[in-house]
Design a protein around this ligand. Structure first.
Ligand SMILES: Cc1cc2nc3c(=O)[nH]c(=O)nc-3n(C[C@H](O)[C@H](O)[C@H](O)COP(=O)(O)OP(=O)(O)OC[C@H]3O[C@@H](n4cnc5c(N)ncnc54)[C@H](O)[C@@H]3O)c2cc1C
Length: 424
């Protein structure tokens, strides 16, 4: 059982303090994990009138949901043209019909429950070379075709209104993107669940799941009897359901946050206050915060946990993008894990018909976790169609199991790093 990782978000938002589960409870749905997957599931289920109990091993937002870049990125880690080409037009079309919905859900929840999470609309993808620019042109066509009319291609000059950096040849802005303080969003969603009668327990790691017609979910001090269990533990899943943890690669990505730079300096760097991510496989992502710091993330290094190491890894990237910040003081550094699948597509599915799981967003989870919770709630209330669109996508096993996951991650990172350097 742990507290939140020390980060800018924890400094800025503090921590929740829900009780530990003690004794036995009966409920319709037990939810394992207090990140966006679990929170969105609980919230949508509670909205539909279901009785929910959410169990979080640590604190709300302990995992990637309370540590991420806060970027609302649309679509999926693999885009819908790839899904159509690989898995058939019907799968591509069905996934395309949901590709902008996650962001919409976040905006709706913020509005409906008045969640103060520093939401700012607007984001941009930036290209390091002509090949990446061609990719962004194709992405604009594809996303427009599926209904996003808020996309603008930017040449080097036009991009200067969004990012003051010489590193890029151009970009693509997306008005349906934007950024949030993710820990504040998670905490606001938890409050919304409670306001609908849902129960939340923290510092209550699930230690054992007894399967059956009623699922019995055990913690050290209590248990929950539920008709359904929803598992949203992603890269932080402990060994309670080995079928889920064995086939994916937990990957670490790191973020640093500068001292307060002031509004004027922040607007010199990012004039439109958009969030930005580049098109590399091992991408850099950054934005400014409500109190006018630069928050900069990048790389994929498994398990770099020492803040000094993190600063050593990420500072050179920040300074390459913004040379005027050379030597800037870094106030916060932290790492977080996300789950990469072999297909780079999310894995949704069922075990025994009453245990539902959603995981493996492969780095782009802020929007898809919110969609996941909504479609899982639909499935548990009798409309499984959209959940099954995801569930039918292939789940590719990782050869070698858990023992080889970390070496594979390191190998994969080296491979992608080389591809980025060669511009292929
Ligand atoms: C540093 C970083 C930056 C990122 N930036 C972005 C970004 O800008 N945009 C974007 O779209 N995506 C981003 N991502 C990915 C995104 O954050 C994740 O895909 C998403 O938050 C996953 O949410 P989740 O709820 O599925 O899992 P998590 O948020 O990881 O939550 C899982 C929770 O399950 C709990 N848990 C585990 N085991 C148990 C148990 N046995 N009992 C009870 N609870 C348990 C954990 O304590 C944890 O709180 C980033 C990820 C990282 C790490």
């Amino acid at each position: 059982m742990g507290e939140l990782v020390s980060s800018y978000y924890q400094f800025n938002a503090g921590s929740t303090n829900y009780p530990k589960l003690q004794g036995t409870l009966d409920t319709d749905v037990c939810i394992l994990g207090g990140g966006f997957t679990g929170l969105s599931s609980a919230l949508h289920l509670a909205q539909a009138g279901m009785k929910v109990v959410l169990l979080e091993a640590n604190r709300i937002g302990f995992g990637a949901s309370g540590r991420n870049g806060g970027q609302i990125v649309n679509s999926y880690s693999r885009d819908v043209d790839h899904i159509a080409a690989r898995y058939g037009q019907a799968a591509g079309d069905a996934m395309a019909a949901m590709m902008f919905e996650g962001g919409e859900i976040i905006r709706q929840l913020i509005e409906q429950y008045q969640i103060d999470c520093d939401y700012v609309p607007g984001g941009a993808f930036v290209a390091m070379n002509a090949k990446q620019m061609q990719h962004l042109e194709a992405q604009q066509r594809l996303w427009q075709q599926h209904g996003n009319q808020q996309l603008t291609l930017l040449d080097r000059n036009a991009l200067a209104d969004i990012v003051s950096s010489d590193r890029y040849v151009g970009g693509l802005s997306d008005g349906l993107s934007g950024h949030i303080q993710p820990l504040k969003l998670a905490q606001g969603e938890a409050r919304a669940i409670q306001s609908l009668g849902g129960q939340i327990f923290e510092q209550s790691p699930v230690t054992r799941v007894e399967r059956g017609k009623t699922v019995q979910v055990h913690t050290a001090l209590g248990s929950v009897n539920a008709r359904y269990l929803v598992v949203g533990a992603n890269a932080y899943l402990t060994h309670v359901l080995p079928e889920l943890s064995k086939r994916n690669m937990p990957c670490g990505t790191q973020i640093i946050t500068t001292e307060v730079l002031g509004e004027a300096r922040c607007r010199e760097l990012l004039p439109a206050n958009y969030c930005v991510e580049d098109c590399n496989y091992l991408l850099d992502y950054y934005r400014t915060t409500a109190d006018h710091r630069l928050l900069y993330g990048g790389g994929v290094v498994y398990g770099a946990r020492d803040p000094a190491d993190i600063e050593r890894l990420i500072r050179p990237k920040l300074e390459a993008t913004f040379p005027s910040l050379k030597g800037v003081k870094i106030d916060f550094s932290w790492t977080g894990n996300f789950l990469l699948t072999l297909s780079r597509l999310p894995e949704f599915g069922r075990l025994d018909n009453n245990i539902y799981y959603m995981q493996g967003y492969s780095g782009h989870g802020v929007t898809c976790t919110h969609l996941a919770g909504k479609v899982a709630a639909e499935a548990l209330t009798g409309q499984a169609g959209r959940f099954d669109v995801f569930a039918k996508l292939p789940h590719l096993p990782l050869l070698g199991g858990r023992a080889l996951q970390i070496p594979f991650t390191a190998l994969g990172a080296a491979y992608y790093n080389l591809r980025d350097k060669l511009g292929i």
